[in-house]
Ligand binder design. Structure first.
Ligand code: ADP
Ligand code: ZN
Length: 609
């Protein structure tokens, strides 16, 4: 099957008239073209990469019905509200609807009044349900969050396995699977279980350029977190903490500082959780402090920062959690506070794990994160390489590249310590190694002839305290470790050997100078490009909140922050100019133009701002 030229043309028209965007993002057009030519598709694209549009546009172009499988019931209503706000005839079916509402949806389906139907996997798994779908002219299946199919993914959902039946029942209908999980194992599982036929495969870059990564030394974490948030007034953010207790403590601390913060963890009742999530979603709370229980299905697109108060459990988790910031494409900050205490704490939990495979996996995960946090390498490069992509190491948008954390080279001193460890066959603890390097005259040194070692006393120009600091850093950066099975003697890791043999340099962070770097915020981002009008932006936001309240939808479904920013920059005065704002399509012009245009006009008439 080939795609007639007009399809591309039509897809471009829909992009403008329905979504209000002028150009496709990476991969979107290719995916749409493949689907329209009847091919199956596998697409791994990062959060915020624009996956929805890849199935919504074909949904509008196909004659029949597009069925979208989406795992989160809570999310479906938002997705459908969002589609309807753009003028797309959409509906959902899941267990939250009443019998009457369900019959209403079926009536619309029978009359071919629905283009996009969102279904939960549970519903599809009901006896005879797939067969029932045959009554409608199904043109295309889209599987969102397809990694839920794979046990290798982080959100495995047994119900998803039922999707393997779609292919048998609809052998000729194209199917596209979307996920933000990048690993090959997950991809293989998805293609195998759904039985995708020679799918057109996209693995987008996982670089989230709009996210700034920072790791900072953890000193007094609560006040560090509140100081950071105070620097981002009125912006939305998530704070992740590892335990429920820390979540509660942090939320309470922020509240005493006058910050509108709520908490979220698996210990709350379902009602409390959804209430807090909704208040956050509706911009009625600025901050949500949460364990990793909070996450999947957060479609709020104006999250400006994600703070990790503790070391996350894996790089995958870190990437997913930070990925919730900046979905609207505006600059956002991801900051992690990290200290050696985090390692000890996680190590303690890992030691309790009984299954040796699981334990080894967690150890590896911890190792990757500690390296990420301590090695003096561009954070983005580290993340992308972890996911199998390359990067030149100069992103210019992380603390290492921007050098906001003070680093001091200490390669020579590190080698002195490492060589003392090597020459004593990795058989001694911290104090003795310091004594050798510093040149102490102790009984233990004499009895072992360690004063005859080449390294003896090579560090006597510096204090013992200095050498202890170097050793602590070497441990923190996992160049050496204390072997708890052998009286905590110091042993070298591969990384340590690389430093000793000159393959790698060693840097220590100057923890004393903890400063709050300037982080970009929405205002800077847009101000760079032109003159956005802050007062107007505020007015537009208030208008949006009011409309959202009246219509009982989250504000971002009306317009994203990005759209309002663009509006405050362009200051449209008529319908045509209003359509020129990014994110305004024809439906939104019709519904919201009459509400926003007079506001802009009044503001312009009130004089220069
Ligand atoms: P994903 O599902 O991949 O996480 P979404 O589909 O929610 O991402 O898209 C993220 C944001 O980017 C949405 O606000 C969406 O409207 C916007 N977006 C998608 N495609 C484009 C585009 N071509 N131009 C501008 N914005 C886009
Ligand atoms: Zn960088």
């Amino acid at each position: 099957m080939s795609v007639p030229g007009h399809v591309k043309h039509d897809a471009g028209n829909i992009l403008k008239s329905v979504f209000g965007y002028t150009s496709f993002r990476d991969n979107q057009e290719d995916v749409i073209t493949a689907i329209m030519s009847g091919k199956d598709v596998f697409a791994a694209m990062p959060t915020g990469g624009g996956k929805s549009l890849c199935y919504q546009i074909p949904g509008l172009l196909f004659d029949g019905l597009t069925v979208i499988i989406s795992p989160l019931i809570a999310l479906m209503k938002d997705q459908v509200d969002d589609a309807i706000a753009k003028g797309i005839p959409a509906a959902f079916l899941n267990s939250t609807l009443t019998k009457e509402e369900i019959s209403g949806v079926y009536a619309l389906l029978h009359e071919n009044h629905i283009k996009l139907l969102y279904l939960s996997p549970e519903r599809l798994a009901l006896q005879g349900y797939i067969e029932k779908l045959k009554r409608f002219n199904v043109a295309f299946f889209a599987i969102d969050e397809a990694h839920c199919l794979s046990e290798w993914g982080h959100d495995f959902r047994p119900d998803y396995l039922f999707l393997s039946n779609i292919r048998d029942q609809f052998p000729d209908v194209p199917m596209a699977a979307f996920t933000a999980t990048a690993t090959q194992k997950v991809q293989d599982d998805i293609i195998r279980i759904l039985n995708l036929r020679k799918p057109f495969t996209v693995r987008a870059s996982f670089d989230r350029k709009e996210l700034q990564y920072q790791v900072r030394p953890k000193t007094a974490v609560l006040s560090q977190i509140s100081a950071f948030i105070k620097n981002h007034p009125g912006e939305s953010g998530i704070v992740y903490r590892i335990s429920r207790k820390d979540v509660e403590k942090t939320a309470a601390h922020l509240q005493t500082r006058g910050i509108k913060a709520l908490h979220y963890h698996a210990g709350l009742t379902k009602g409390e959780r959804s209430k807090n999530q909704e208040l956050f979603n509706n911009d009625e709370a600025d901050v949500i402090v949460a364990t990793t229980a909070f996450g999947m299905g957060i479609h709020k697109n104006n999250i400006r920062y994600v703070v990790h108060g503790d070391l996350p459990k894996s790089m995958e988790g870190y990437y997913q959690e930070t990925g919730r910031a900046g979905r609207d494409g505006l600059d956002s900050v991801c900051v992690m506070f990290f200290g050696p205490g985090d390692i000890a704490r996680q190590q303690y939990f890992i030691d309790q794990i009984e299954d040796p495979r699981e334990q080894a996996k967690c150890k590896n995960n911890l190792h990757s994160l500690v390296r990420f946090s301590t090695v003096n390498v561009c954070r983005r490069k580290y993340i992308l390489e972890y996911f199998g992509q390359t990067h030149d190491g100069h992103c210019g948008n992380c603390d290492v590249c921007n050098d906001t954390t003070e680093k001091v080279e200490a390669t020579v001193d590190a080698r002195k310590v490492l060589s003392a460890i090597a020459r004593t066959s990795e058989g001694f603890g911290i104090n003795h190694i310091i004594d050798i390097v510093w040149g102490a005259d102790t009984e233990k040194i004499r009895s072992r002839n360690h004063h005859e070692l080449k390294t003896f006393g090579i560090g006597n120009d510096k204090s013992k305290k200095w050498w202890r600091g170097i050793i602590n850093e070497l441990i923190g950066q996992q160049a050496v470790y204390q072997d708890s099975d052998r009286y905590n003697v110091l042993c070298m890791t591969e990384h340590g050997r690389d430093i000793l043999y000159g393959k790698m340099d060693f840097f220590i962070s100057e923890t004393a100078s903890v400063k709050e770097p300037d982080s970009p915020s929405v205002k800077d981002t847009v101000d760079k490009g032109g003159c956005s009008d802050k007062i107007l932006f505020k007015l537009l936001k208030e208008k949006r909140t009011q409309i959202a309240h009246e219509n009982r939808v989250p504000p971002y479904i009306i317009f994203s922050d990005k759209t309002l920013k663009d509006m405050s920059l362009l200051k449209p005065e008529n319908a045509e100019e209003f359509l020129g704002v990014s994110g305004v399509g024809e439906k939104k012009l019709e519904v919201y133009g009459p509400l926003f245009l007079p506001l802009i006009k009044a503001h312009l008439e009130s004089g220069p701002s």
